[in-house]
Design a binder for this molecule. Structure first.
Ligand code: ADP
Ligand code: SF4
Length: 680
């Protein structure tokens, strides 16, 4: 279908100093969890974005010198000729599709603990590093000269590697941002104090970058429009002046704000285009092209941003991860094929865990090189064999979708009246409405495949499955929350939890409610328990949230939502008890035990919601697996459980498992590779 001509403006080229972006789709620098350790993985991932139509594709943060080492967090580097070769692999891959390649040159300053290089951290002042109990050295004149030289040399290596855009990275609390920030920079030399002095290092680095690129590449700056600490009008005015002073030295402003939990906010707290009110002035103030982000998934919002002159380029990290082919789909008028980001930040969590990013919506993310997966292309089979998928949650939906795309004759049987499984329930928790996109995207795609039949209200028994005549059977029957307390802390069932006052998240989501004061026991540590507590508090119940961890939803530290999540419960009046497990439910209340001292006490309550672990719904699978001969008679070539029915996990796991199973049908591919350095 041809695209609506209104969107043509998104496909206009944009001049960035000496280079021209072929369109307005701009993949901003974003963490990939790949960095210098996995250059082929990185190049393949970035290449798919360029192929999908992003006019500019950037690296993640790319260290300029060994004094800036963020290990164990994966980052790129341009320290030497070997790095040039590896980074050239990415630039070449991006160029193959006509896109510009950008590199975000980075120095972490006093944030870098330098665990790997063991160099002394450096910063404008001597303060503790971000992740270790040791401090940076306050940079003296020689350190400043050395840093400038290393940045300049890295710009030269970036050119050698073939990059078209080099960044001066003055945001996100790293070295240059530390110099800009009067809260941190309390130097009394030419690099501290006045605005001009604090700006000096950024200006010098930008000027020196321009000297090196000499019209062969654009110099971009990533910078915040506000101060980390000061929020008054004077600080705001000073930032505006700062941007105007920098304008003559840069070709592009990539602008953001200091609150990372908003810039990178989960959809639970932050909606699309949330930075607009903060950054709308930058274009007029600088006279330079501007790019910014906003988890833009709607082409209408993108268009509106450009039309109203908020940005010249539509910046995206997560939308380009969830759908590397988003620009191509807009270009080709296939808007309903866009796989929209749900704002869960599982991608970001993976980077924090030191592994290549994974995406809930896009199971091929990070697997482009290792498994050779492409987000749009699949191996089509000739056999047209029959595939039966039982269960229409994320695992079943993804498996049916992929198997359908591959040309199998697919039947998806779902017991309930609606497709979506756990997603349908979870998206009703406070703030999680966008999670529904996981089901909506797949239901929409299934509807386009003539070779996929969907039966709702079809609870399958083992006899039904065997009688169906399928060659391949995928059992995606999901899981249910346990009510017996078993989980990380209680390995065996807690006897008193058989009390009818105990409920699970499934009960709450099915509409059951505890009466009176309630304890929500979180031994799961992701979002469910906190969201149940929030939900019940909103409905007026007195809620105590008890967790075995040291903070609310401790795992969400990885998804950049922990602080906001804890603040939300505090603001809702939920009492928070940390470092305790619920040992028993008694007549008078819940008996808690301190996880450090085992000291016990009782808090009064009338109800308990346990959020501890889930039980795979494996009865159908077990019934089938118990009789291989009958399965042979039924003509099964393959039979396997997938998703939560196999091992409960995140939605991302269910999607990945369904995808992997459907990719593997009638394929004898080699085991996936693992990228590593070979000695010698
Ligand atoms: P996953 O995350 O692994 O996809 P979900 O729990 O989200 O798992 O979804 C599992 C789905 O399977 C639910 O929609 C459930 O109604 C369905 N289901 C469970 N048992 C059967 C069955 N015997 N026949 C058909 N559908 C089933
Ligand atoms: Fe969006 Fe979640 Fe995918 Fe990240 S993991 S890109 S937040 S859907």
């Amino acid at each position: 279908m041809p695209r609506d001509s209104r969107f043509d403006v998104l496909f206009e080229p944009v001049r960035l100093g000496p280079v021209t972006a072929p369109n307005r789709f701009y993949q901003v620098p974003h963490c990939s969890g790949m960095g210098y350790q996995w250059p082929a993985t990185l190049a393949a991932m970035r290449e798919v974005k360029a192929e999908g139509g992003w006019g500019v594709v950037n690296t993640e943060y790319c260290s300029v010198a060994p004094t800036s080492d963020d290990t164990p967090y994966p980052h790129c580097a341009l320290w030497d000729a070997g790095d040039v070769r590896n980074m050239a692999a990415m630039a070449d891959a991006v160029h193959r599709h006509g896109a510009l390649a950008g590199v975000e040159l980075w120095h972490g300053g006093l944030r870098s603990a330098n665990f790997h290089t063991r160099e002394t951290a450096i910063g404008p002042v001597s303060l503790p590093t971000a992740t270790a109990p040791w401090q940076a050295k306050a940079m003296d004149a020689a350190d400043i000269r050395a840093y400038r030289a290393s940045h300049k040399a890295a710009v030269g290596r970036a050119l050698e590697a073939g990059f078209d855009i080099v960044y001066v990275y003055a945001a996100h609390t790293y070295l240059l941002a530390q110099f800009l920030d009067p809260g941190i920079n309390q130097r009394n030399d030419a690099y501290g104090g006045s605005l001009e002095n604090r700006l000096r290092l950024v200006r010098e680095v930008a000027e020196e970058a321009q000297e090196v690129v000499r019209g062969k590449a654009a110099v971009a700056i990533r910078i915040e429009v506000n101060d980390e600490v000061r929020t008054d009008a004077a600080a705001e005015a000073e930032r505006r002046e700062m941007l105007a002073l920098l304008a003559p030295h840069v070709d592009l402003f990539d602008v953001t704000i200091t609150d990372y939990t908003q810039e990178m906010g989960v959809s639970r707290f932050v909606k699309e285009a949330s930075l607009e009110p903060f950054i709308a002035h930058v274009r007029a103030a600088t006279g330079r092209p501007v790019v910014s982000v906003g988890r833009f998934t709607s082409p209408e919002t993108m268009l509106s941003q450009v039309r109203r002159g908020i940005v010249d380029l539509v910046g995206a990290a997560r939308p380009s991860i969830a759908d590397p082919f988003l620009p191509a789909k807009v270009r080709d008028g296939r808007l309903d094929d866009i796989r929209e980001c749900i704002g869960c930040n599982i991608c970001y969590a993976c980077d924090g865990l030191g592994v290549p990013i994974r995406c809930t919506q896009n199971p091929t993310m990070g697997e482009e090189w290792r498994r050779g997966w492409h987000p749009e292309r699949v191996n089509v089979v000739e056999s047209r064999a029959k595939v039966l998928v039982v269960g229409g949650g994320p695992a079943g939906l993804e498996a049916a979708h992929l198997a359908g795309k591959r040309g199998f004759e697919v039947t998806l049987a779902e017991a309930s009246g609606e497709l979506g499984g756990r997603v349908l329930k979870e998206c009703r928790l406070p703030g999680l409405a966008e999670w529904r996109r996981v089901a909506d995207y797949r239901i929409g795609q299934l509807g386009k495949l003539a070779n996929v039949e969907v039966y709702r209200g079809s609870a399958m028994t083992a006899a039904d499955v065997r009688g169906f005549g399928a060659s391949h059977v995928l059992i995606a029957t999901g899981s249910r929350w346990r009510g017996d307390g078993r989980g990380r802390t209680h390995r065996a069932a807690v006897p008193s939890f058989s009390d009818p006052r105990v409920m699970t998240p499934d009960d709450i989501l099915a509409g059951r409610r505890p009466v009176g004061p309630v304890v929500v026991f979180d031994d799961d540590l992701y979002v469910t328990a906190a969201l149940i507590a929030e939900l019940l508090a909103t409905e007026g119940l007195q809620v105590t949230y008890v967790t075995t961890a040291g903070m609310v939803s401790s795992w969400t530290g990885y998804t950049a939502e922990q602080a906001r999540g804890q603040a939300r419960l505090i603001e809702m009046g939920v009492e928070i008890v940390v470092g305790q497990s619920v040992l028993a439910l008694e007549a008078g209340g819940a008996r808690l035990s301190c996880i450090y001292t085992s000291r016990e006490h009782v808090i009064p309550c009338s109800g308990l919601v346990t959020v501890t672990s889930r039980e795979p719904e494996a009865a159908l699978w077990h019934a089938l697996a118990a009789d291989p001969a009958a399965n042979g008679d039924a003509g099964f070539a393959t039979l396997q459980p997938i998703g939560d029915g196999k091992a409960p996990g995140l939605i991302a796991h269910a999607i990945y498992d369904g995808h992997k199973a459907a990719r593997a049908l009638e394929e004898d591919g080699p085991l996936p590779g693992r990228e590593r350095v070979v000695v010698g």
